[in-house]
Design a protein around this ligand. Sequence first.
Ligand SMILES: [Zn+2]
Length: 640
Amino acid sequence: MSARRAASTLLLLALVVVPPATAAAAANEPIAIAVDLREAPRNLVHAKLTIPASPGPLTLVYPKWIPGEHGPSGPIRDLAGVRFSAGGSDLAWQRDPLDMYAFHLEVPAGAAALEAQVDYLAPVVPANYTAGRSTTAALAVLSWNTVALYPQGSSPEQVSFAPSLTLPEGWRYGTALEGATQTGDTVRFTPVSLVRLIDSPVVASANFTRVELPGSDRPHAIDITADSPGALTLPPGFAAAYAKLVVEAGALFGARHYRHYDWLLTLSDNVEHFGLEHHESSDNRLGERTLLEEPWRKALASLLAHEYVHSWNGKYRRPAGLVRDDYQQPFDTWLLWVYEGLTQYLRELLPARAGLWSDEYGRERLALLAANLEYQGGRQWRPLSDTASAAQVLFGVPSFWRSWRRGADFYDESVLIWMEVDAKLRAGSRGAKSLDDFCRAFYGGAENGPEVKPYSFDDVVAALGAVGAGDWKALILEHLRSKSEHAPLGGLEAAGWKLVFDDKPNAALADRQALDASRDFSYSLGFDVEKDGTIRDVRIGSPADQAGVAPGAKIVAVDSLAWSVDRVTDAVTSSAQRQGPLELLVQQGEIFRTYRLEYHGGTRYPHLARTAGPDLLSAMQTPRMKSPAAAPARRGGAHR
Ligand SMILES: [Zn+2]
């Protein structure tokens, strides 16, 4: 229709017949990427790329499928101020009409390079993972993929980037990138492949501390930024506690596939809270008071253990469907029940082994996890397998009808499956073998620094078979394909424990409720609520479901008394003695309605109780090492 469209079509045709000579040329000489974080406090990140190129058509692409996020989450929507030039002259560009992540342009005769300028509009509203809030007035997390372009058709393993970073005055930083040299507020790093660059985010702030962990044969550190200086106050024994996690992970896997490891930790109530794994670091984000309050500290142990395990399970060994030639190809996420599921299982064990929480607290966590899955109505239509295949559309789903939709359940439900495999390996060998042996065989191997070894389902089954006899394939597939209304609790029972409910508070649930001020009545009335009475989800088949209550509606009165969470709690506590239904007056949009819930079962909190069989769970939680190796503490050095 327009001249621009016609030009774009010609460019596309030209690309088909011209071999990717420009891409090959770009692979030899590094692309310089200079990121300016000086306006990050106002949520604006500037970048300038100098891209070696030959005259002729060139297509640059913006990373779309982001490793570890398991979906097409590259935040192209927030890319602005895009300008290309060569020799000081602006170049026209066209976005591909079908691929929003591709920019077509023509490198003029005589040019050996072009410059690309981009701004990343760092979000101020919630979104998923690194595409979400990553900057505040006091700190920034830089994920290089948010500002990177690379020639279409080039290999991110081959194309080299020379990164540099300009910081606001007085800010310090942490990253796994190496070879830093600083001039004023600008830091230059050793050139790396695009893969390594995207794998190496940076945290920066004036409020920064680097905690080096003692007692290992290579550097391990927790690099912390926060919205306030007070948030950096370390609890007693902090470094020693996480040093034990390093020791236990080393004892479990038997090899490390990183040269040094940095947990990048961002503490703010105004960034997304999540973790993202990398080979030699991880991007971990929690609330500002994480180091100061015990429930947050437990959440921190869980998060840091999970992301750390990913250095082995996810980065070093990775499902073949998650290994792609570039960042533009879709992932096959089906094996996430290994990648995320086994990581989640080890996340439940390693903090107990390292002493970051007690065995009893670990059991409370497992009870809560199991109860949530047992009350997941969506398991009747959606097998666990589908939650893994559909991961890209399940991350960040809202809470309404959460249990009917199901979410990324391949995390938590796989914990129960891996525990069953572990218990069977232990029982079948009279304690001589366990899933630890599988981990050592599958994730150990030679220490060559960061590398990727893809695997298939059959590889996993074969490695399990080498540890202990069993029809592992049939066992796992049965659980993955099941539409049973019950969660797979056989592993807990094989480990000597069963899920029970009583009126004593669950310690892990109490911590979670302290963190988000919610209250969970899922196992009694059948819903959980926000502090203000807004119902998050209604469990299928529960008294609330049968009464017709809608998720998203807001409770305004309980038995004709004004809403308070304590009034609902009291009503549940006394429900066994109650005559007649509990009455909830609920506001849904403009409409008020009263719902009558027939419930007389009293308070129900989940716990684990011993069965008659041997206690294998305690064996799973037992440290492999009695105490950290007594090597000298490493000296604090430059921030790598
Ligand atoms: Zn994970």
